[in-house]
Write a protein that binds this ligand. Structure first.
Ligand code: BDR
Ligand code: CA
Length: 328
């Protein structure tokens, strides 16, 4: 089987953890490395958590620590008060904790090379056959593009969990990953590489249910049981602060990006559109402005945007992947 070469960029994070486990246990993917970034928590936490997931699966994948701060959004009064993130204004506050408590502390360290250098060196040395799955703020790739813009031409595809059309989660129309570092998102979406954007519109329609958690428990691998714990925690958190279509459902956003790298048909209602990012500092700060009707005739359609997803297919893919792990 031809394995698809991917690099993950994460801010682990409960849903990032499920995404990483699914990627590492999917034979369709060859994970070349995992980059970490400031997001759900400060990069020291997201790196430790990523190492925990890697060690939990006995994986040898290299982990590269990335950017500790967004590009500029923390510099301007009234924008990002708590950077790196420590405070209570993350909409997902009650679905992540500082550490992934169901996994032992990491014994290994990240690579000596930082994530930005790893991205540049790996992409420049490649034949243009590497895709990036980005499920945190886009700071690492934006910095890499500023240092070496030629990497854009070397990227096969960017699969990004981020953005929102109908509803945001940190502001009425802004989604967390884009909102943390909107300038980085603007640089990445406009870089010229093919982009598949997976906004909340898709992830909220592909939730995991309490029954799915029971099924994951029954599969009986370390990974499936850990995923069930994360998903249950998320279902409970969402029920309290951001109810989904059903009270026993919760989104595990980031795993949808990994599934899309394996089988793009898991995404539904995918349209090639122009997506801009607002970074003016007002209520639309961090909003993905998705030109669904093509009002801007001059703008280059820079993203394939998924507005929906196949919930049943996603859940089946994740169960199949996690079933390959070590028995508990
Ligand atoms: C995104 O924000 C983070 O909290 C999650 O890990 C996900 O990547 C959803 O808005
Ligand atoms: Ca994430």
């Amino acid at each position: 089987m031809d394995r698809r070469k991917v690099i993950l960029d994460v801010d682990t994070g409960s849903d990032d953890a499920v995404a990483i486990m699914t990627a590492l246990l999917s034979p369709e993917l060859e994970v070349l490395g995992i980059c970490t970034v400031n997001g759900n928590r400060a990069v020291s936490f997201t790196t430790e958590n990523t190492l925990r997931v890697k060690e939990f699966l006995n994986s040898s994948v290299p982990v590269y620590k990335g950017c500790a701060m967004p590009l500029v959004s923390s510099l301007q009064p009234g924008r990002r008060k708590h950077m790196p993130y420590t405070g209570p204004d993350n909409p997902e506050e009650n679905v992540h904790s500082d550490y992934l408590d169901n996994m032992p502390p990491a014994k290994t360290a990240p690579e000596r090379v930082n994530a930005v250098t790893f991205l540049i060196d790996t992409l420049m040395a490649s034949d243009g056959d590497i895709s990036l799955i980005l499920v945190g703020p886009l700071t690492n790739l934006a910095v890499a593009l500023r240092i070496e813009p030629a990497i854009a031409g070397k990227i096969k595809e960017l699969i990004i969990m981020g953005g929102a059309y109908e509803f945001g989660n940190v502001e009425p129309f802004s989604e967390f990953n884009i909102w943390i570092d909107p300038e980085a998102a603007k640089i990445v979406l406009d870089c010229g590489a093919p982009v598949t954007l997976i906004p909340l519109d898709a992830t909220h329609r592909a939730c995991f249910s309490e029954q799915d958690c029971a099924d994951l428990d029954a599969i009986g691998t370390k990974a499936s049981i850990a995923a069930a714990e994360f998903a249950r925690h998320r279902i409970k958190g969402y029920r309290q602060f951001q109810p989904m279509a059903r009270p026993d459902w919760g989104p595990v956003h980031d795993v949808l990006a990994v599934a899309a790298a394996i089988d793009p048909t898991v995404l539904k209602d995918v349209r090639q559109l122009y997506v801009d990012v607002d970074f003016a500092g007002g209520r639309a700060d961090g909003m993905t402005v998705i030109d669904v009707d093509g009002r801007d005739k001059k703008a280059k359609k820079n993203c394939m945007v998924a507005f929906n997803a196949d919930r049943e297919k996603l859940v089946a893919m994740v169960k199949a992947a996690l079933a390959r792990g070590e028995k508990a």
